[in-house]
Design a protein around this ligand. Sequence first.
Ligand code: NCD
Length: 312
Amino acid sequence: MTAPLTDLIAIRDLDRAQVDDLLDTARELLPIARRERASVPTLRGRIVCNLFLEDSTRTRLSFDLAAKRLSADVVDFTAQGTSVKKGESLLDTAETLMALGVDLIVLRTSSAGAPVQLAREVAVPVLNAGDGWHQHPTQALLDALTLLQHRDDLTGAKVTIVGDILHSRVARSEVELLRLLGADVTLVAPPTLLPDVSGWGVTVSADLDAVLPTTEVLYVLRVQRERLHRAFFPSTREYARVWGVDAARLRRLPGDALLMHPGPVNRGVELTSDAMADPRAVITEQVTNGIAVRMACLYRLLSAAPRPEVDA
Ligand code: NCD
């Protein structure tokens, strides 16, 4: 029996059975996410609120489409032009949302820990769509789904994550999930952008070129310009030269490796256009899988039924 999900805040709150169940559910929902099948009435009459207090286009769109493919109603609450900008606190906002009768809150915020706080206050499920440097669980789940479409099993798979680990909620969620699935993770980062990772169960390297030949999955993080409030590296050009992935670096990567990025890419900084066009890049698959994974998470948080009803 898989334990029911009440909220989805961090990968570490999930056990292996729950992860497997979410990924299985996402696989079943993929044809709907890909629009090969019509949307399903599963969440008809339920209201999903996208509470996005930090800029995001893709993730918000992805959650919006996911909810709509399950026939839920979606209300958008973004920071721009709302009372949050006027100083309303998150908890006041939550109270309003409860009074409006929303059934689930998807929260994106620059404050690490805010989703946990919100979950304590509201009676409906809270789904963390990224909180500061802390966690972005649906990103890790969609990446796992993508990897498992190319590999039967991730036990012992050599995954290298390169970039700004310090400011990356993606890296934190990614490492937790990859470790749970048995992968060997190596982090490559400028020393100024590497936090204390003791206890993460990972290997650290400062030499991207040295680890590429044995890398099976190369996960390139976005340079978080909006979070770089001081000079963590000399210049963007220098970053691209030492930590960026270009054609020369890709020649060092095995032919059957995979190249991933959570988007949006700073073209010419962490990835060149050549790299993005490389046949090993699965970046667009990640985007499509994101809809299916978010459908699975919404479904699991809002429905007690064991499986979505998808017509064969
Ligand atoms: C990620 C995020 O916002 O954390 N992007 C996303 O969800 N589309 C990755 C990133 O911004 O680096």
